[in-house]
Design a protein. Sequence first.
Length: 170
Amino acid sequence: MAIDRHQAADAIILAKLKIERSPKWPVVEKAFLAKNPKCVVCGEGQQLNVHHMFPFHYVVLCGRPDLELDPRNLMTLCTREDEQHHVLLGHLDDYESYNPEVRGFVQTYKGQSNQQIRNNAAWEKAQGGKPKHLDQMSQQEKDDFKTMLDGNLPPDPAIVAEANQARKSA
């Protein structure tokens, strides 16, 4: 059986940062996939993953755990072996980082193969300049990240309450 890169990344994050997904995540993930059942890049309807545009470990440890469960921070990407849009476009080939321009990349690279994407100068530049891993960020960088999140995705009180309750009961 092939190793699931996403599950392996969760294990690394747990070991490094001592953080797990919210107990509410499986319910949110299932509901999101029901409403968004295809990869936004290629239209694949199988081998899918709900991608956090701002990764769950970043948002939780930077003070916005609600964004792990917030649909505004989610998109469906495929995990097919031959495409792997989740890691390729969502994480720029590094599950411990993310692609801050993922929405634009989804539109730019529709219909292109992995090799075409990897050979594109804009992808190469983004991959080379991807955000630091959370454990390599200074406190100021984490504070700046939270400020950016607050400006781009203001807290939704209902989701904040749900996220806080789920983490307290875990």
